[in-house]
Design a protein around this ligand. Structure first.
Ligand code: IMP
Length: 195
């Protein structure tokens, strides 16, 4: 099946590609001729994932899926959550987001957090299917590691061995990550539906 992944984030594409069945042809937005920024104006992860996937389906007629992810920090009442990308401002700079989060958490004993991902899939008949995944962990006191992207250098998953996501290989991150768990639901659905 030809499926577009509605994201310009090459890190996400690299994570997702090995998780899909080998007979799935994964198309980037560039590959289908989509070069504009996708609308992402909802105030929930599921709303944004659906909005991005449906935009591609409606404008390009290609079956596709999109993901939306939020980092929910307990001591900050679930922030930055759905606003994770723009936490430190509209430039969406990862280093600034990370710096702001470390600053906001100063003095908090509870540094627990979770990443949550929602994947929305639009099929050729226009129906939308959603899949969720989450991983619990803690926010470190300082950045550590050069891999991954976004908040990875300050997220230490509970199920790991003490390393941050940025200190893991893509394969290691994929064993426990929020996105891999959501994509596992998508893959199961595609297999069962015989796509
Ligand atoms: P979005 O899903 O691309 O909207 O991501 C929201 C924010 O979370 C962005 O700042 C991303 O960099 C960050 N983010 C998304 N997924 C991950 C991840 O797997 N690790 C670390 N940060 C992530």
């Amino acid at each position: 099946m030809r499926l577009c992944f509605a994201s310009n984030n090459t890190h996400k594409l690299d994570e997702i590609r090995p998780l899909l069945p080998p007979d799935t042809e994964l198309l980037s937005l560039a590959a289908i001729g989509c070069h504009e920024e996708l609308p992402e104006t909802q105030d929930t992860l599921v709303g944004n994932a659906r909005q991005k996937a449906l935009y591609v389906w409606e404008h390009y007629g290609v079956p596709c899926f999109a993901d939306d992810t939020g980092l929910e920090v307990r001591a900050l009442n679930g922030e930055p959550g759905v606003y994770s990308a723009r936490y430190a401002g509209p430039q969406r700079l990862a280093a600034d987001n990370v710096a702001k989060l470390l600053q906001e958490l100063q003095g908090h004993a509870d540094r627990s957090a979770q990443f949550r991902t929602v994947v929305a899939l639009v099929l050729p008949d226009g129906t939308v299917h959603e899949f969720a995944g989450a991983v619990e962990g803690t926010i470190t006191e300082a950045v550590s590691g050069n891999g991954g992207f976004g908040y990875d250098p300050i997220f230490r998953p509970k199920e790991g061995d003490g390393r941050t996501f940025a200190e893991m290989t893509t394969t290691e991150k994929n064993q426990i990550s929020h996105r891999a768990r959501a994509v596992a639901g998508l893959v199961q659905f595609l297999n069962e539906a015989n796509f």
